[in-house]
Design a protein around this ligand. Sequence first.
Ligand code: PHE
Length: 488
Amino acid sequence: MLKAMLTNPLQDWELDDILSETGWEDQVYVAGAGKSLEEAGLVSVEEFTSKTVILGSEGKRSSIEGLLESRLWDWIKEQDEDRRSMKDLMSSEFDRSETGPGVGILKSMGVEIESGNLVFTEENEIEEEINKRSQFIQSLSEGPCDSEDLDEQMLRHFSSRSGLIEVEENVSRIWKLTEEGANVDLSELSEVEMIGELTPEMLQNDSWKGSSFKPFDVTAPAPVPSGGRRHPMQALIERIRSVFLEMGFSEIEGDYVQSAGWNMDALYIPQSHPARTMQDTFYLENPSSVEVEPRFLDLWEKVHEHGHDTGSRGWGGSFDHEESQKALLRTHTTVNTVRHIAENPENPSRVFGIGRVFRQETIDRTHMPEFHQIEGIIHEPDASLPMLISTLKKFYAKMGYPDVRVRPAYFPYTEPSAEVDILWRGEWLELGGSGIFRPEVTEPLGTEWPVCAWGMGLERLAMLILGLDDIRQLYQPDLDRLGKMPLL
Ligand code: PHE
């Protein structure tokens, strides 16, 4: 390459010039040789980035059929003023998949909906903007354009819409000889063959002996291999699983569909508790009820109404068996652990589960209506609060968070109750609840042993471990982003 460039030492060499002068066919050689020459101080490389804009699939369609806002606008103008309602629009030739987004676009341009009718005042402005947009799309239908030659505001606008345009980044380079490079004496240059990659053949026939080797630069940029991998959430679940297994716990599971009885009454949550109402819980229509064994209904009735033999006075009022058998999507995985005790009242157990739960939450950065909990219990004669705390500390330490603190808290089913926080970048973050089940919970289940219990958010922990600031990033099928998340 140096020889080729010395044929015209003052030239700015572009890729094609070098390829034709050297006779090389692959630009990889130019990049590699150019880099070596640059490192040797003989050549300087300049990089230029340019952006080419082309129509996306939606853009190509729009260039033929017209932009959605333009077609909608034409429709509006064709209608008599009293036929411009959303209802008329719905029964027009426009598809439902177009009317929603289309009206959204028109609204952003000044069209308003007043008692179901599409109205506007700035007719000329709207028309002008639509024309500008249509012209932009038309101009691209003639072929790729350099982004520099396009209207910046239009470019920004269409970049924010999906499928209309695609922007390709191109990097081009120019190689120039430095003064030192230009002064290299051609007669002193000799060609030395170097081995870049050892092959099994070379090793067998000893041909590598006495050869020169191309130095290997481990800091050179290289493509990041994108192989298959586990979803980060699945990887995290498996890590949690192995930590609990290591600590001597066994795993349990349960169904998403449960009775209100097992999800709440068994936990001594009063039947009038606000968390039961439509605000938080997804009750089901089909099935609308789930049968509960009468012996449990009777016991919960006694405990809720007057405390039964637990020494408690109960909540009072009258316990409703029908309410208890309403079907719902479990709101916490504590339903699994209490059922486990009811099925094994006489056997000591240390069990955990990682499962999906459902609550009526508005979706935002930190909330979703479906999320996961890490639940567990220690059910044995000597279970105690210190045992609960040391178990949680050990769990989080194994997960990489050695600083754990507990604060007093309240749950209807535990006494004492504790909130669990971990220290993360100097801040205490709340990860879940825990406590010792109250006798009102354990007695109907058929045990007198204390039970250490906890339930913690999995997504919260995932956000910390994966360094996310938005919980939704975990569940969007963005392979690029998922692929870049840390391996666990
Ligand atoms: N079930 C509680 C929740 O969903 C957590 C919890 C579990 C609290 C066990 C105490 C004992 O937040």
